[in-house]
Write a protein that binds this ligand. Structure first.
Ligand code: KG4
Ligand code: ZN
Length: 342
């Protein structure tokens, strides 16, 4: 199936043309980072307006780069949630217009499901696998038994990993988005310089907590104001180490408990060089097959939306024109959709 997919859940307007949910013919991402950087974070109303301006342009560019005409498309997949309601509605409205105008089927896709399955654009992965989804809004561990079959093993009880990176970056005066900035600064720092806590490490669950870590960074800065002038790289490296250590050790515990030795790490934070390193070291030590997509497939993009989109459309599922944005949409609830397919 030749699909056009759209993504507009946060601050990236993206469109892609993907064949059979596997081959990316084009993937265009228009980032709004510069507009939001001035405010230190994403401003939802501005995001919606920016999506409106960009959406037609990214669709045109995606078709042009794929050398595909509108009349060749066989379906449209769009991020339905979770995300910012106003932002999601722009992509959804564009997708409905294309579906109605071209008389091609439409499917709404869960953004996190897209992240988890993005790896299939690089290589097939056998089910079941354990997946860690780490992004601006999520830090979730899942058991994945097939497309649409996700069991939450654990999740953040407060801030998501990406949120923690962004908030700590703000605390130390780094620009938005903070994850990349901390990653860069950490490269020249000593990860063992400051012993930050490892929240919930031994609580016997697969849950995460990152807000206390942010407070620990603030307390450290209050006690050592001189660190702002010199030593921010040590602080960034030590903070990054604490986040990556907890993410890796909890994931390792889930792998050990389930006996599933296949692991996918996905979402924007999966771009982090420290996390990629510590996951690789763990996987090599334990003989675990590790899959972390290339950074452009970890960050928000539309190609990843086509993977579940193609699956659902191929199995006969259709969204109606009453498709609405779902700002909150836990992956476990996809089971209802899966049952419809059986
Ligand atoms: O998946 P994503 O692009 O958007 C959401 O669905 O949220 O993830 C964005 C998050 C942001 O919090 C950003 O700071 C973080 O991913 N991020 C990183 C890195 N690159 C992006 N965090 C740590 N290190 C990075 N290199
Ligand atoms: Zn995302």
């Amino acid at each position: 199936m030749l699909l056009l997919s759209l993504e507009s859940s946060c601050d990236e307007t993206a469109a892609a043309v993907v064949r059979d949910g596997r081959t990316v013919l084009s993937s265009v991402v228009a980032s709004q980072i510069d507009v939001h950087a001035e405010y230190g974070g994403v401003v939802p109303e501005i995001a919606s307006r920016q999506h409106l301006e960009a959406v037609s342009l990214v669709v045109e560019q995606a078709l042009r780069e794929a050398s595909v005409g509108l009349d060749e498309l066989e379906g449209v997949a769009v991020t339905q949630g979770p995300g910012l309601a106003g932002a999601l509605l722009v992509g959804i409205s564009a997708a409905k217009g294309l579906s109605l105008g071209r008389k091609i089927p439409l499917v709404g896709v869960n953004h996190i499901e897209g992240h988890l399955l993005a790896v299939f654009l690089e290589q097939p992965v056998e089910f079941p696998f354990i997946a860690l989804a780490v992004s601006g809004g999520h830090s979730h561990l899942y058991r994945v038994d097939g497309v649409g079959r996700y069991t939450t093993l654990g999740q953040t009880v407060d801030d998501a990993a990406g949120e923690a990176f962004d908030k700590v970056a703000k605390l130390i005066g780094l620009p938005y988005p903070g994850g990349v900035a901390i990653d860069r600064l950490a490269a020249s720092g000593d990860a063992n310089a400051i012993k930050f806590p490892r929240p919930l490490l031994h609580d016997g669950t697969y849950n995460f907590s990152f807000s206390g870590l942010k407070t620990a960074v603030l307390t450290h800065l209050n006690k050592h104001p001189e660190a702002r002038a010199a030593g921010l790289n040590d602080l960034a490296a030590s903070f990054q180490e604490a986040v990556c250590d907890v993410l890796t050790r909890k994931t390792a515990a889930a792998v050990a408990a389930t006996g599933i030795k296949r692991l996918v790490v996905a979402g924007g934070v999966a771009c982090n060089s420290g996390l990629r390193r510590s996951m690789r070291a763990f996987a090599d030590r334990q003989g675990v097959e590790l899959f972390i997509p290339a950074p452009p497939l970890c960050a928000d993009n539309a190609a990843m939306i086509a993977v579940p989109g193609d699956y659902y459309l191929s199995t006969g599922f259709r969204s109606g024109f009453d498709l609405d944005a779902l700002p909150v949409w836990p992956l476990d609830r996809l089971a209802a959709r899966f049952k419809e397919l059986c």
